[in-house]
Design a binder for this molecule. Structure first.
Ligand code: SF4
Length: 238
């Protein structure tokens, strides 16, 4: 990782380096299973040479505080390592910078990628060959997608125009992903999986992924009856 960081901070592959004091590598827990990816450093980040050092970072820290987690649980990086002065980068700039993110992913080996903001999640979806078949952004944001042994949780950008409550609910999923479902050890889904009767994707998407979206989990919490044959998405298994 140190060698990679060194190559990043000395990079002049594209003209975006002229916008920055120095390209900014990712930071945080190298052993984290969750990697957060935002688009590019802000001017503040560049000046302080710290990821999410400005307004977005303050919003993130506030959200994390209300949720009861902090940055140290995650590795946080940018798709582009230099300041972007326009809204979206040019394709050639992304192509030149992308190998750094690829290398970070290879080193950290996260089981969950969290692209933040529409440009970044569209890029990550393309990279993993996920077709966008949704009708509205709301159908995609905050919903865990699984592909090739990796989970992807697209999140909204860190601004408060969409409302603090919505952001809080979406970012709460990061806390969910840090632990497996509390019912897992006694849940029939675990038993069925161990008996070879249930595909692993159910366990990974819900029990060891977004258990807060599991219909069984929600019913369990409300003390409502649900048959053993009910799958985490609420459908009844034949
Ligand atoms: S199926 Fe739902 S309730 Fe059961 S362990 Fe998985 S997430 Fe929890």
């Amino acid at each position: 990782m140190d060698k990679l960081k060194n190559r990043i901070i000395n990079c002049k592959r594209c003209r975006l380096s002229e916008n920055s004091k120095r390209p900014l590598p990712g930071e945080g827990a190298i052993s984290s299973k969750i990697m957060l990816i935002t688009l590019s450093p802000s001017k503040h980040d560049d000046e302080r040479q710290k990821v999410l050092a400005g307004k977005d970072g303050r919003i993130l820290d506030k959200l994390f505080k209300s949720i009861g987690i902090n940055r140290n649980f995650f590795y946080i990086t940018n798709l582009l390592k230099c300041v972007l002065l326009i809204k979206n980068p040019k394709e050639e700039q992304v192509l030149k910078c992308m190998p750094f993110l690829e290398e970070e992913i290879k080193i950290i080996r996260p089981s969950v990628l969290v692209p933040i903001g529409e440009y970044v999640w569209k890029y990550i979806f393309r990279k993993y060959g996920i077709k966008l078949t949704y009708k509205s952004k709301e159908e995609i944001i905050g919903n865990l997608v699984m592909v090739k042994n990796i989970k992807i949780l697209p999140l909204r950008s860190l601004d408060l125009t969409s409302g603090n409550k919505e952001l809080l609910a979406e970012y709460y999923k990061l806390k969910v992903l840090l632990k497996e479902c509390k019912w897992f050890s006694v849940c029939p889904m675990k038993r069925f999986y161990e008996q070879g009767k249930l595909d692993k994707k159910w366990i990974e998407k819900y029990c060891k992924g977004d258990w807060s979206s599991c219909v069984r989990y929600r019913m369990e919490e409300r003390g409502e009856y649900h048959p053993d044959s009910m799958l985490p998405d609420g459908t009844i298994r034949k």
